[in-house]
Every structure is written in C-alpha cells, then in structure tokens.
Design a protein around this ligand. Sequence first.
Ligand SMILES: Nc1ncnc2c1ncn2[C@@H]1O[C@H](COP(=O)(O)OP(=O)(O)OP(=O)(O)O)[C@@H](O)[C@H]1O
Length: 614
Amino acid sequence: MKSLKRILKQFASPYKKDFILGITFNILYSLFSIVSVVSIMPILDMLLGGSVKQKETLDHVKEQAENGFFSELKYQIYLFLQNNIHNMGEKKFLSILCVSVILLFFLRNVFRYLAQYFIVLLRSGVSKDLRSALYNKILTLPVSFFTEKKKGDIMVRLSNDVTEIEGNTLNAILELWRTPFSLIFTLITLLIISPSLTLIALIVLPFMAWIISSIGKSLKKDARKGLTESGNVLSIIDETLNGAKIIKIFNAEESMKNRFQKSVSNLRKLSISMMKKYELASPSSEFLGSVAMIFITWYGGVLILDGNKGLDLASFLVYIALFFQLLEPAKTLSTSISNLHKGSASTDRLVETLDTNIQIHEPENPVKLTGLKDSISFNNIFFQYQEDHPILTNVSIEIKKGKTVAIVGQSGSGKTTLVNLLARFYDVDSGSILIDGHNLKSLDLKEYRKLLGMVTQENILFNDSVINNIRLSNPNATMEEVVSAAKAANALEFIEQLPEGFETSVGEGGMKLSGGQRQRITIARAILKNPPIMILDEATASLDTKSERVVQEAFENLMSNRTSIVIAHRLSTIVKADIIIVMEHGKIMEQGTHQELLAIDGIYKKLIDMQNFS
Ligand SMILES: Nc1ncnc2c1ncn2[C@@H]1O[C@H](COP(=O)(O)OP(=O)(O)OP(=O)(O)O)[C@@H](O)[C@H]1O
C-alpha cells in the first residue's frame, strides 16, 4: 500500500479537482438513487388506498409520530400530500407526483454522468502522466538496466501495469469512497421504513454474501491459472512466428505442435473447471438471493398482516426495491477491496522502476568538453559486469587525436565492453579513462556524448522514415546536409530509388531494407552528426562483394579526419589502422601497426593466418 500512496501522491494530486468533483457527483448519485425510489412511495400509497388518501389512517401515522423524528417527518409529508390531494383532486396530484419522480430520476442520471465524466478525466490523466514518467525514466536509465531487466518485463510495466492502475486500482479507490455512503444512505432509509425488518435482513445478508463470495474466490483462482496458460499459448505462437525459418530448417514442426497441443489442452481443462464453477455461481447466488427475499417477504407480510406495526404495503414494496439496491454497493465494496490487493503488485513494480537509482553518477561541477584536442587514454582499466567475473584487466591504451585504432580478438575477448566504457554506458571499476587529461567521470555526460558517434553491429533503425532515422543524430540538419551525409555513406543512390525517397518508412527495426542498406543509413546518421570521436563495430554479416565494397567505402568516409575506434573484422580496415590492439580474455596481448605485429609473429599473426578477427 506504500507504493500506492506514493503513486497517488505524485500522479493523482494534479487531478484533485476532478477527484473531488467525481466523488461529490457520485455521492449525489447515490443519494438521488434512494430518493427517486422512495418518491414512488406516495404514488403507490395513493393507488393502494393507503394512509395518504384516508384521513383516518393518517391519524394512525400521527400516533406513531410520537415514536421519533422520522415518523414525525413521514406524518408531516403525508399530511402535506393529503392536503394537496384535497385541494387539487386525486388525478391532477397524481400527475404532479409522477412528474416529480421523473425529475428525480433524471437528476440521478445527470449526476451519474457527471461523476463518470470527472472520473474519466482523472483516470486518463493519471495513466498519461504515469506512462510519460516511466518512459522518461527509461530514457535516463543506464544501459546496464536493460540487460538486467528483460525487455518484455519493461513492456509489461508500461502497458499492463499502468492499465491495471488506471482500470482497477483507481476505480477501486473511487468506489471505496462512494459505496460506504451509498450503503449508509440505503441502510438508514431501510431502517426508517422498517427497523425490525432491516434487523432481520442484516442477519440473513452477510450469510448469503459469504456463500456467494466463497464460490467467487475459488473461481478467481482458476481464472488466474487460466490467464497464465493463455499467456503460454500466446508466447508459443509468438515464438513460432519469429522462429519460422529455424522450425522449418530443423523439421521442428512436430515438437512445436506437441508443445502447443499440451498448452491448449491445459487451457481447456482450466476453462472447463472455471466454467463449472462459474455456471454454478449464478444459479446458486440467484437461489440464495430468492431464499433471502422470500424470507424478508414472509417477515414483512407478517408485519403487514399484524397491522399496527408501522409497515404498510406501499412502504413494503419500496423497501424491497431499496433492498435490491443495497446488494450492488455491498458487492462493489468487496470487489474493490480485492482489486486494490490485486493491483498492489502492479504499483510495487511501477514504483520500483520509477525509483530505480541511476548508476551512472555525474559530478556536481562537471567539466564541459567542446572538442577533442589531444588524446584519449585508457589507464590500467579493470571492469566486471558481475561480482568475481572480471572482463577487462589491466587495459591501457593511448589514442592520439585523428588516429584510427582497430581492436581485434576472438569473440568474447572484451572488445565491445571496451568501447562501452568509452561511451560511458558503464563505469570502470578501477583505473581511469582520460579525455584530454580529464577523467571521464568528471565530465558533463551529455556534452561529452556530443563528441561521440557510434555505429553498432545491430544497425538500429526506428520505425520511421529514412530521413527521420538519419536526422536522429542532428534534428536541425538541413535537407542538403542530410543528402550529403547519405552520399558520403553511399546511401543516396538506393534511397532515391525507394518508393517515397527519403520519406519512405523503413518498417519495424528497418525490416523493409536489406542488411547493407540498413548499415549505410546508420553510417549516414553518424556522418550527419559529424563528431570528433567515432566508435564503430564493423558487422560480421557477410555482404555480397559489391555491397561489401560500397559499405567499406562508407566506413572509410566516416572515419576520415576523425579519431576512430573500430572493432574491426575486415582485413582492409585493420591494415590501414594506426594502432591495432589485440585482445584475449579481457587483456591486451599485443599492440602496434600491422607490420610491427606481423613481425612479432604472435597472436595477431595467427589471427591473420586464420582470418578470424571476430
Ligand atoms: N551485459 C552483460 N552482462 C554480463 N556479462 C556480459 C555482458 N555483456 C558482455 N558480457 C560478457 O563479457 C565478455 C566480453 O563480452 P564482449 O561483448 O565485450 O566481447 P566481444 O569481444 O565484443 O565479443 P564479440 O566479438 O562476440 O562481440 C563475454 O564473456 C560476455 O559474456
């Protein structure tokens, strides 16, 4: 509940006005629901020939008036009504009564609409602000957060958890405000109409509610299992669609079919067990409801037949109608309490995300670098992602401005980790990275990242137009600048041939483009930023010779006149580099130019001989 309080304090307080208005109109709605039903009482009484019409029986009401305030009130109202009947005549007065009742019902529904209107303003506002806050938080989180938490988990937090709060939790809170009023108003009215009948009803009602809710609870347990199983069915479908090629190549249709069959059979079993209880729930609650109703009718009947017990037929009919109205808020109250508990898992998860501590700390007075003047140096770096699993040990590199460094080594040797540290996606555990002599940790990170460009192996494109994907690095770039970046990246020719040129959408993850095209767009993006330091991870994906040459040329344009750090896979890139760093198990084993390293006749020479640079 602590997390719920925190969410409400931050996200519901801007909508306090809507909350108060929603609750106020809801209370008015409850009040008018009762008043409108009670207002039928004199009409029924008139038609049934009760006290309103007959002077003698009114004396009987008067006698009871000595018993208390409410009987006195009833007497005064009936007296007023009787006088009006005498003055206007029965039929005219009946019409006036009916019009008044219509008016009351109308008002009741107006209040209901207004309550819903303000509640929608509150709910949609809270969910909009909550989603934005989560998204903004995600943008500020360090890269380490995304590898530790699964992508799906973050998506669930942004969609399901927010929907749970918007739909169930907020509703439950609003209902917890409304229903007690509704219950109390109805109960007071029932007590006024007949105290003894109400006492009997209060004994029967909780017993009935207990039986109905026990059936409901066991139903919910199955429903939860059912939801998990339908999640499994969906994930198998999702995996099948994503892995269609692999399933076909490995002839895995049969085993996938079996997995799916098992899951849908389980789902069926749960559905049957759920439906059995569900179908049992309505008849049994209806039966128990009727038993309670008949019991009350019997007792009410006895009171009427006894006469002199203060209950007439009109009051009794209104009593029954109100009694039914009592059931609704009682049920809502219990579901609201259980929804609040159900939603607490979601609020906990959201608060956990919102309160995640940013691990990359910036100093209070950061140094703002505007360019690279001299060099980048890695001094005796140690780094590990997890305790006791060192990834980089004792790494030292000196990179002079304008030089190209190629990092080579077997897969898993720590090449990507090294450039991740330079981009400050992670912080070194010991040692330091100095940019022009300033420790990376002392820099203004936003300003520092303006000096960096990056092309990763994954060639990340967003589901947007080609131009917007290129402009991501420099939103204010002119069309001429975009075109020249595309030209330098050898991408202009194919972009112009796309159906809508620069405006063509690249599809999700850029799937409407080929691998080489995707790569050239990411290169154009980096060129458009024109940063002094470029980090590149050459893709290992093999392209045909022509594409390979075109991409290679684009890479060369990208690196020229810059300080470049390349995780290199192409021999041509490696040979041209000013320094080649050879890594193995997180250590630098050899360092030098191509000729120098060949002369050593060590690991580099072996790698070249095996043509294995990844
Ligand atoms: N986020 C992470 N959490 C934990 N361990 C990681 C993480 N990223 C990488 N590693 C581990 O760190 C080691 C070095 O990985 P890194 O990606 O730097 O290697 P690499 O030389 O770039 O490999 P490749 O050429 O295959 O991309 C590997 O053993 C890998 O399992």
